[in-house]
Ligand binder design. Structure first.
Ligand code: COA
Length: 272
Protein backbone atom coordinates (compact mmCIF):
# COMPACT_ATOMS: atom_id res chain seq x y z
CA UNK A 1 0.00 0.00 0.00
CA UNK A 2 2.72 2.47 0.95
CA UNK A 3 5.01 3.93 -1.73
CA UNK A 4 7.33 5.63 0.69
CA UNK A 5 10.97 4.70 1.09
CA UNK A 6 13.01 7.74 2.09
CA UNK A 7 14.50 8.14 5.57
CA UNK A 8 12.53 5.36 7.21
CA UNK A 9 12.86 5.03 10.96
CA UNK A 10 11.03 2.94 13.50
CA UNK A 11 10.02 3.37 17.13
CA UNK A 12 8.31 1.27 19.80
CA UNK A 13 9.95 -1.97 18.58
CA UNK A 14 8.86 -1.28 15.01
CA UNK A 15 5.23 -0.65 15.92
CA UNK A 16 5.52 2.98 14.83
CA UNK A 17 7.22 3.75 11.50
CA UNK A 18 8.22 7.12 10.11
CA UNK A 19 9.21 8.09 6.58
CA UNK A 20 9.40 11.17 4.39
CA UNK A 21 8.68 11.54 0.70
CA UNK A 22 8.26 14.67 -1.41
CA UNK A 23 7.66 16.95 1.56
CA UNK A 24 5.16 14.53 3.13
CA UNK A 25 5.93 12.86 6.44
CA UNK A 26 4.20 9.53 7.02
CA UNK A 27 3.66 7.86 10.39
CA UNK A 28 2.44 4.26 10.28
CA UNK A 29 0.75 2.43 13.18
CA UNK A 30 2.34 -0.94 12.63
CA UNK A 31 0.84 -3.69 14.75
CA UNK A 32 -1.56 -5.27 12.24
CA UNK A 33 -1.89 -8.54 14.20
CA UNK A 34 -3.64 -6.52 16.92
CA UNK A 35 -5.46 -4.30 14.41
CA UNK A 36 -2.93 -1.55 15.28
CA UNK A 37 -4.19 -1.27 18.87
CA UNK A 38 -2.23 1.50 20.61
CA UNK A 39 0.03 0.56 23.51
CA UNK A 40 1.65 3.21 25.67
CA UNK A 41 4.97 2.47 23.93
CA UNK A 42 3.30 3.28 20.64
CA UNK A 43 2.02 6.60 22.03
CA UNK A 44 5.58 7.40 23.05
CA UNK A 45 6.89 6.34 19.63
CA UNK A 46 4.22 8.42 17.93
CA UNK A 47 5.40 11.44 19.94
CA UNK A 48 9.03 10.89 18.88
CA UNK A 49 8.10 10.45 15.21
CA UNK A 50 5.89 13.55 15.25
CA UNK A 51 8.61 15.61 16.94
CA UNK A 52 11.17 14.65 14.29
CA UNK A 53 8.75 15.41 11.46
CA UNK A 54 7.86 18.72 13.09
CA UNK A 55 11.54 19.68 13.20
CA UNK A 56 12.31 18.45 9.66
CA UNK A 57 12.21 21.50 7.41
CA UNK A 58 11.60 19.37 4.35
CA UNK A 59 8.30 18.13 5.79
CA UNK A 60 5.26 20.29 5.15
CA UNK A 61 2.42 17.92 5.96
CA UNK A 62 2.07 14.70 7.97
CA UNK A 63 -0.09 11.68 7.14
CA UNK A 64 -1.05 9.05 9.74
CA UNK A 65 -1.97 5.59 8.45
CA UNK A 66 -2.49 2.05 9.79
CA UNK A 67 -0.46 -0.89 8.48
CA UNK A 68 -2.32 -3.69 6.75
CA UNK A 69 -5.81 -3.65 5.33
CA UNK A 70 -7.85 -4.25 8.48
CA UNK A 71 -7.49 -1.19 10.67
CA UNK A 72 -6.34 2.38 11.12
CA UNK A 73 -6.18 1.95 14.92
CA UNK A 74 -8.56 -0.36 16.82
CA UNK A 75 -8.28 1.69 20.01
CA UNK A 76 -6.13 1.47 23.07
CA UNK A 77 -4.47 -1.91 23.62
CA UNK A 78 -7.03 -3.53 25.94
CA UNK A 79 -4.55 -6.24 26.94
CA UNK A 80 -2.64 -3.55 28.88
CA UNK A 81 -5.72 -2.46 30.84
CA UNK A 82 -5.51 -5.07 33.61
CA UNK A 83 -2.07 -3.76 34.51
CA UNK A 84 -2.19 -0.09 33.55
CA UNK A 85 -5.81 1.03 33.68
CA UNK A 86 -7.52 -1.19 36.27
CA UNK A 87 -8.75 1.63 38.53
CA UNK A 88 -9.07 5.41 38.70
CA UNK A 89 -5.53 6.09 39.93
CA UNK A 90 -3.95 3.80 37.33
CA UNK A 91 -6.15 5.29 34.65
CA UNK A 92 -5.02 8.82 35.58
CA UNK A 93 -1.42 7.74 35.25
CA UNK A 94 -2.21 6.01 31.95
CA UNK A 95 -3.76 9.22 30.56
CA UNK A 96 -0.88 11.26 31.85
CA UNK A 97 1.59 9.08 29.94
CA UNK A 98 -0.03 9.87 26.59
CA UNK A 99 -1.03 13.44 27.39
CA UNK A 100 2.05 15.14 25.92
CA UNK A 101 1.74 13.16 22.69
CA UNK A 102 -1.97 13.95 22.36
CA UNK A 103 -1.23 17.64 22.92
CA UNK A 104 1.58 17.50 20.37
CA UNK A 105 -0.73 16.05 17.73
CA UNK A 106 -3.63 18.35 18.64
CA UNK A 107 -1.48 21.48 18.43
CA UNK A 108 0.77 20.31 15.62
CA UNK A 109 2.25 23.23 13.66
CA UNK A 110 1.95 21.48 10.27
CA UNK A 111 -1.20 20.12 8.60
CA UNK A 112 -2.07 16.54 9.57
CA UNK A 113 -4.18 13.98 7.72
CA UNK A 114 -5.55 10.63 8.91
CA UNK A 115 -5.68 8.04 6.12
CA UNK A 116 -8.24 5.56 7.48
CA UNK A 117 -8.83 2.05 6.23
CA UNK A 118 -10.77 -0.58 8.16
CA UNK A 119 -11.52 -0.21 11.86
CA UNK A 120 -11.11 3.16 13.53
CA UNK A 121 -12.29 2.65 17.08
CA UNK A 122 -12.00 4.23 20.53
CA UNK A 123 -8.48 5.61 20.90
CA UNK A 124 -8.15 5.31 17.10
CA UNK A 125 -10.99 7.79 16.76
CA UNK A 126 -9.23 9.98 19.28
CA UNK A 127 -6.08 9.97 17.13
CA UNK A 128 -8.05 10.61 13.92
CA UNK A 129 -10.05 13.43 15.50
CA UNK A 130 -6.83 15.11 16.67
CA UNK A 131 -5.66 15.42 13.05
CA UNK A 132 -6.82 18.23 10.77
CA UNK A 133 -8.42 16.09 8.05
CA UNK A 134 -9.85 12.55 7.88
CA UNK A 135 -9.86 10.63 4.59
CA UNK A 136 -11.47 7.19 4.77
CA UNK A 137 -11.69 4.11 2.58
CA UNK A 138 -15.20 3.10 1.60
CA UNK A 139 -15.01 -0.06 3.74
CA UNK A 140 -14.00 1.60 7.02
CA UNK A 141 -15.90 1.36 10.29
CA UNK A 142 -15.98 3.85 13.13
CA UNK A 143 -17.05 3.66 16.75
CA UNK A 144 -16.25 4.47 20.36
CA UNK A 145 -17.09 1.36 22.39
CA UNK A 146 -16.34 2.99 25.78
CA UNK A 147 -19.82 2.04 27.09
CA UNK A 148 -19.14 -1.60 26.16
CA UNK A 149 -15.96 -1.55 28.22
CA UNK A 150 -17.12 0.60 31.13
CA UNK A 151 -14.69 3.46 30.63
CA UNK A 152 -15.20 7.22 30.29
CA UNK A 153 -13.89 8.66 27.03
CA UNK A 154 -12.41 11.89 28.38
CA UNK A 155 -13.01 15.58 27.78
CA UNK A 156 -10.70 16.26 24.84
CA UNK A 157 -11.92 13.30 22.80
CA UNK A 158 -15.57 14.23 23.38
CA UNK A 159 -14.96 17.90 22.68
CA UNK A 160 -13.49 16.93 19.31
CA UNK A 161 -16.34 14.51 18.64
CA UNK A 162 -19.01 17.09 19.49
CA UNK A 163 -17.32 19.73 17.38
CA UNK A 164 -17.29 17.37 14.37
CA UNK A 165 -20.68 15.65 14.62
CA UNK A 166 -22.69 17.76 17.08
CA UNK A 167 -23.99 16.76 20.53
CA UNK A 168 -26.82 14.53 19.36
CA UNK A 169 -24.75 12.19 17.20
CA UNK A 170 -22.02 12.26 19.86
CA UNK A 171 -24.60 10.96 22.36
CA UNK A 172 -25.85 8.29 19.98
CA UNK A 173 -22.31 7.07 19.31
CA UNK A 174 -21.35 7.12 23.00
CA UNK A 175 -24.56 5.70 24.54
CA UNK A 176 -24.80 2.77 22.09
CA UNK A 177 -21.14 2.02 21.35
CA UNK A 178 -22.44 1.36 17.82
CA UNK A 179 -20.24 1.13 14.77
CA UNK A 180 -21.01 3.25 11.73
CA UNK A 181 -19.75 2.81 8.18
CA UNK A 182 -17.89 5.33 6.03
CA UNK A 183 -21.01 6.61 4.29
CA UNK A 184 -22.64 7.47 7.59
CA UNK A 185 -19.38 8.90 8.98
CA UNK A 186 -19.20 11.16 5.93
CA UNK A 187 -22.82 12.24 6.28
CA UNK A 188 -22.43 13.27 9.92
CA UNK A 189 -19.10 15.06 9.35
CA UNK A 190 -16.87 12.63 11.18
CA UNK A 191 -14.76 12.13 8.03
CA UNK A 192 -14.21 14.59 5.24
CA UNK A 193 -13.95 12.32 2.21
CA UNK A 194 -14.63 8.69 1.38
CA UNK A 195 -12.50 7.09 -1.35
CA UNK A 196 -12.76 3.66 -3.03
CA UNK A 197 -10.51 1.43 -0.93
CA UNK A 198 -7.88 0.67 -3.60
CA UNK A 199 -7.50 4.39 -4.37
CA UNK A 200 -7.27 5.55 -0.76
CA UNK A 201 -3.49 5.80 -0.44
CA UNK A 202 -2.95 7.44 -3.83
CA UNK A 203 -5.70 9.99 -3.23
CA UNK A 204 -4.46 10.76 0.28
CA UNK A 205 -0.91 11.29 -0.95
CA UNK A 206 -2.15 13.45 -3.84
CA UNK A 207 -4.00 15.62 -1.32
CA UNK A 208 -0.91 15.77 0.91
CA UNK A 209 1.26 16.78 -2.07
CA UNK A 210 -1.23 19.51 -3.00
CA UNK A 211 -0.95 20.89 0.53
CA UNK A 212 2.85 20.59 0.54
CA UNK A 213 3.13 22.53 -2.74
CA UNK A 214 1.03 25.45 -1.39
CA UNK A 215 2.43 28.38 0.57
CA UNK A 216 3.37 27.08 4.06
CA UNK A 217 2.78 30.40 5.81
CA UNK A 218 -0.71 30.75 4.32
CA UNK A 219 -1.52 27.22 5.52
CA UNK A 220 -0.08 28.02 8.93
CA UNK A 221 -2.29 31.13 9.03
CA UNK A 222 -5.36 29.03 8.30
CA UNK A 223 -4.37 26.43 10.86
CA UNK A 224 -3.68 28.96 13.63
CA UNK A 225 -6.83 30.95 12.91
CA UNK A 226 -9.16 27.92 12.75
CA UNK A 227 -7.69 26.66 16.04
CA UNK A 228 -8.53 30.03 17.64
CA UNK A 229 -12.08 29.94 16.24
CA UNK A 230 -12.56 26.61 18.05
CA UNK A 231 -11.45 28.00 21.42
CA UNK A 232 -13.57 29.75 23.99
CA UNK A 233 -13.55 33.50 23.20
CA UNK A 234 -11.62 34.29 26.39
CA UNK A 235 -8.89 31.80 25.47
CA UNK A 236 -8.36 33.02 21.90
CA UNK A 237 -4.92 34.31 20.98
CA UNK A 238 -5.93 37.05 18.54
CA UNK A 239 -2.39 38.46 18.60
CA UNK A 240 -1.17 35.21 17.03
CA UNK A 241 -3.85 35.50 14.33
CA UNK A 242 -2.78 39.07 13.60
CA UNK A 243 0.92 38.19 13.57
CA UNK A 244 0.63 35.28 11.13
CA UNK A 245 -1.46 37.53 8.86
CA UNK A 246 1.31 40.11 8.85
CA UNK A 247 3.96 37.42 8.29
CA UNK A 248 2.06 36.22 5.21
CA UNK A 249 1.65 39.66 3.70
CA UNK A 250 5.35 40.46 4.19
CA UNK A 251 6.55 37.07 2.94
CA UNK A 252 8.67 36.22 -0.09
CA UNK A 253 6.07 33.57 -0.83
CA UNK A 254 3.29 36.14 -1.23
CA UNK A 255 5.50 37.99 -3.73
CA UNK A 256 6.21 34.69 -5.49
CA UNK A 257 2.51 33.75 -5.47
CA UNK A 258 1.34 36.94 -7.15
CA UNK A 259 4.25 36.96 -9.65
CA UNK A 260 3.67 33.32 -10.59
CA UNK A 261 0.00 34.10 -11.17
CA UNK A 262 0.81 37.03 -13.44
CA UNK A 263 3.49 35.02 -15.28
CA UNK A 264 1.12 32.04 -15.65
CA UNK A 265 3.53 29.59 -14.02
CA UNK A 266 3.51 27.31 -10.96
CA UNK A 267 4.76 29.11 -7.82
CA UNK A 268 7.77 27.79 -5.90
CA UNK A 269 7.13 28.46 -2.23
CA UNK A 270 9.80 28.47 0.46
CA UNK A 271 7.81 29.03 3.62
CA UNK A 272 9.22 32.50 4.24
N1 COA B 1 -6.62 -4.09 22.12
C1 COA B 1 -5.93 -5.24 22.18
N2 COA B 1 -6.03 -6.21 21.25
C2 COA B 1 -6.83 -5.99 20.21
C3 COA B 1 -7.59 -4.80 20.08
C4 COA B 1 -7.45 -3.83 21.09
N3 COA B 1 -8.09 -2.65 21.04
N4 COA B 1 -8.29 -4.88 18.93
C5 COA B 1 -8.01 -6.07 18.38
N5 COA B 1 -7.13 -6.73 19.15
C6 COA B 1 -6.57 -8.07 18.91
C7 COA B 1 -7.56 -9.17 19.22
O1 COA B 1 -7.58 -9.46 20.59
C8 COA B 1 -7.05 -10.29 18.38
O2 COA B 1 -5.96 -10.89 19.06
P1 COA B 1 -5.69 -12.49 18.96
O3 COA B 1 -5.34 -12.72 17.51
O4 COA B 1 -4.56 -12.68 19.88
O5 COA B 1 -6.97 -13.13 19.37
C9 COA B 1 -6.48 -9.58 17.15
O6 COA B 1 -6.30 -8.23 17.54
C10 COA B 1 -7.44 -9.57 15.98
O7 COA B 1 -8.70 -9.15 16.45
P2 COA B 1 -10.07 -9.91 16.08
O8 COA B 1 -11.10 -9.45 17.05
O9 COA B 1 -9.82 -11.38 15.95
O10 COA B 1 -10.29 -9.30 14.62
P3 COA B 1 -11.64 -8.86 13.91
O11 COA B 1 -11.20 -8.37 12.57
O12 COA B 1 -12.66 -9.93 14.00
O13 COA B 1 -12.17 -7.61 14.78
C11 COA B 1 -12.02 -5.51 15.95
C12 COA B 1 -11.43 -6.45 14.89
C13 COA B 1 -11.07 -4.32 16.01
C14 COA B 1 -13.43 -5.08 15.56
C15 COA B 1 -12.11 -6.23 17.30
O14 COA B 1 -10.86 -6.82 17.56
C16 COA B 1 -12.45 -5.33 18.45
O15 COA B 1 -13.62 -5.08 18.70
N6 COA B 1 -11.42 -4.83 19.17
C17 COA B 1 -11.61 -3.99 20.33
C18 COA B 1 -12.01 -2.61 19.93
C19 COA B 1 -12.21 -1.72 21.13
O16 COA B 1 -12.98 -2.00 22.03
N7 COA B 1 -11.49 -0.59 21.11
C20 COA B 1 -11.61 0.40 22.13
C21 COA B 1 -10.54 0.28 23.13
S1 COA B 1 -10.62 1.70 24.19
Amino acid sequence: MLDVTKSEKSYADGKILKSVTEGVGVVTFNNPDKRNAMSLDMWEGLGLALTELRDDEEVRVVVLVGAGDKAFVSGADISQFEKTRHNAAASEEYSRRSEAQRALLGNYPKPTISCIRGFCLGGGMQVAMLTDIRIAAADSQFGIPAAKLGIAYGYDGLRNLVSLVGPSWARLIMYTGMRIDSAEALRIGLVDRVIPTDELWGETMALARTISSNAPLAIKAAKITIAQVLKEPADRDMAAVKQIGLDCMDSEDFREGRRAFMEKRKPQFKGK
